[in-house]
Design a protein around this ligand. Structure first.
Ligand code: ASP
Length: 452
């Protein structure tokens, strides 16, 4: 059995819906379908999820919302019209969207999550209705019914293990197509909570693991995951096959085709993932597999730069002899709810690399002051424009001289490298640069490894 997830641009209008249905019905193994909310039809269109966010804001701020609600409903009506679906088949869907402001929510964060989730919920209801209308046996299944249970904050939920025992007890007829909404689960108290943005990928992975799928097909709008960002490298090489670990490291620094949190359930369930293009389903796409028995074809699989980092650099003479120096710094970070990304250290120096999106300027000042007072470093510097370039490849394992092949083109291009981290992971090398150099660093390394 295969779990098939369609992204927002693959379910944005009647035509894309029809193409998705063609894909679903072309293979009898494709029995579990996961929908996103309708996405953009043109580059300047608005995703239904964003319209729902606006709808929620208007309700919270007690502003008129009829225009947004009409816009949202019209997206579903246009798809229904394309298939000549009788109007009454949309009654329930439309009613639910109208009723959202009257719902009972513990606070506005839960309200926001419930509004957002209705993008996928409505699209799954619609997909099941269209499939039925076309003569296929299909059923819309809610996360409540399936048992997708989550904890955490209402707009950044995490699946809990109980989900998998509940999914084990979920039964369905062999003949029916099951349509699940992506992006959300149900909290222990029974409220809707969404995953982070792009989280329908996570639902697909949970179902692939929980329902013991042989393959998780993730249909999106690109032919494959590429070895570098196509906005940085012209026509980069597609990756035909890679391991979960490679994908994890690449998505960490910015490969965004597949949600990085969605890898975990797939890894736990050992389900291979196939990222494919809805418009070109005949193309092989990218297959993401366990590392067992994986034979790398190239040394490097992908190169990516993330520019959303900052670093705190500390120098203290005889730092290596100080007891509890790092501990006290970490306690300060923990107190402020900040997690660190990396912490390369030397004899007298330590650099703490942080996700810039997690911290504001006020917090930087507070944390820096506290660190200065508590551990009294000889030098403390905040580096705001930090980028991390990740060079990733199973083929780099046990290979002599790779670091040289990475650093040489950087030196030739006069790119300063304030940090190199080739520590814990044997399949990646992390290069710290200043963000102005990040794209050039990717180009230089890419051409070294992929030139021919
Ligand atoms: N519709 C949600 C979003 O735009 C989730 C998803 O598309 O995966 O973030």
């Amino acid at each position: 059995m295969k779990v098939v997830k369609f992204g927002g641009s693959s379910l944005a209008d009647g035509e894309t819906f029809a193409q998705a249905i063609k894909i679903i019905t072309a293979d009898p193994e494709r029995r579990v379908i996961v929908t996103s909310a309708p996405g953009k039809r043109t580059p300047d269109d608005i995703k239904v999820t964003d319209l729902l966010i606006e709808y929620a804001h208007r309700v919270i701020n007690k502003q008129p919302y009829d225009d947004v609600l009409t816009q949202i409903i019209s997206r579903y009506q246009a798809i229904a019209k394309y298939f000549n679906l009788p109007a009454e088949k949309l009654t329930d869907l439309i009613q639910r969207l109208h009723d959202l402001p009257a719902g009972k929510y513990p606070n506005n964060h839960y309200l926001m999550a419930a509004f957002k989730a209705h993008g996928e919920r409505s699209n799954a209801m619609l997909m099941a209705a269209v499939l039925n209308h076309l003569g296929y046996e299909a059923r819309f299944v809610t996360p409540t019914e399936a048992g997708i249970r989550v904890t955490g904050t209402p707009n950044n939920a995490n699946v809990i293990p109980e989900t998998y025992s509940l999914l084990d007890h979920f039964t369905a007829k062999q003949s029916e197509l099951l349509v699940f909404p992506g992006f959300y689960g149900i909290t222990l108290a029974g409220h809707i909570a969404t995953f982070s943005r792009g989280g329908s990928d996570i639902t697909g992975a949970i179902l692939a693991r929980g329902l013991h799928a042989d393959l998780y097909e993730n249909f999106t709008d690109v032919d494959a995951i590429y070895s570098a960002n196509p906005n940085v490298i012209d026509d980069p090489e597609p990756i035909t096959k890679m391991t979960y670990r490679e994908m994890r490291e690449l998505s960490y620094a910015g490969f965004s085709v597949f949600h990085d949190e969605a890898l975990i359930p797939a890894i736990q369930g050992n389900v291979p993932i196939n990222v494919k293009n809805t418009q070109h389903p005949e193309k092989p796409g990218t297959l993401i597999v366990p590392d067992k028995n994986f034979q790398p074809r190239d040394i490097v699989t992908g190169i990516v730069s993330g520019k959303h980092f900052a670093a705190l650099y500390l120098h203290k003479y005889l730092l290596n002899k100080q007891i509890g120096f790092t501990l006290r710094i970490l306690q300060i970070l923990a107190k402020h709810g900040i997690s660190y990304e990396h912490m390369p250290s030397g004899i007298d120096d330590i650099t703490i690399i942080l996700d810039r999106d997690q911290i504001n300027d006020q917090l930087i000042d507070e944390v820096s002051n506290e660190i200065q007072e508590t551990v009294n470093p000889d030098h403390l510097e905040w580096i705001d424009n930090y980028a991390i370039t990740m060079v990733v490849g199973e083929g780099m394992r046990n290979r002599v001289g790779v670091i040289n092949d990475i650093l040489e083109p950087l030196a030739k291009n006069h790119i300063a490298v304030p940090m190199i981290n080739q520590g814990a992971s044997r399949i990646s090398i992390m290069i710290g640069t200043f963000d102005k150099d990040a794209d050039n660093a990717v180009r230089a390394i890419y051409h070294r490894f992929f030139a021919n």
